[in-house]
Design a binder for this molecule. Structure first.
Ligand code: ZN
Length: 163
């Protein structure tokens, strides 16, 4: 997916997450969107830095980078929410484009992707981006609202989103 798709995905995700966690539609909702929106968008732009530094879809498109982004606020107290942007970038690359990503780089070069998706230059790229975002938001909604029995994911999501 290209930068436009990733920004669209991250911005829509932040708006949706704001409404899921603060459904009033009032000031708290917009505070949630503002608090998480910018870091999520910046996180969504981070992985494609490897188009200039390193190997694209490998160097910054893997689970160790996601783990580092997730742990960063716990260790250093900064960059909250950025991991959500990194994660949604991976999801969009895996589900929304023909080429996969090297999840286990630098240990394994293999790129993983779903056998669906469109090329990043396709005229359907925007539609696919919105669909992928809708699936992500449905997952967040189900996990947070119904506290699905998926380990401590519900608590983790609430803590991560500051709810
Ligand atoms: Zn990417």
């Amino acid at each position: 997916m290209n930068k436009r798709g990733h920004v669209l995905n991250a911005a829509l995700l932040a708006i949706g997450v704001g409404y899921i966690l603060e459904p009033s539609g009032d000031v708290p909702t917009f505070e949630m969107i503002a608090t998480s929106g910018m870091p999520i968008v910046l996180g969504a732009l981070l992985p494609d830095v490897d188009t200039a530094f390193g190997k694209h879809r490998k160097t910054l498109h893997n689970l160790p980078v996601l783990a580092a982004a997730y742990a960063w606020p716990i260790v250093f107290g900064t960059l909250q929410y950025v991991w959500i942007g990194v994660l949604t970038h991976y999801v969009l690359d895996v589900m929304g484009s023909k080429r996969g990503i090297a999840l286990f780089y630098p240990f394994w070069d293999e790129e993983f992707g779903f056998p669906v998706g469109v090329t990043t230059s396709s005229k359907y790229a925007g539609v696919v981006t919105v669909l992928v975002t809708a699936v992500e938001l449905a997952a967040v909604f189900l996990i947070v609202r119904y506290q699905l029995p998926v380990g401590n994911l519900s608590e983790t999501a609430r803590a991560a989103f500051g709810a």
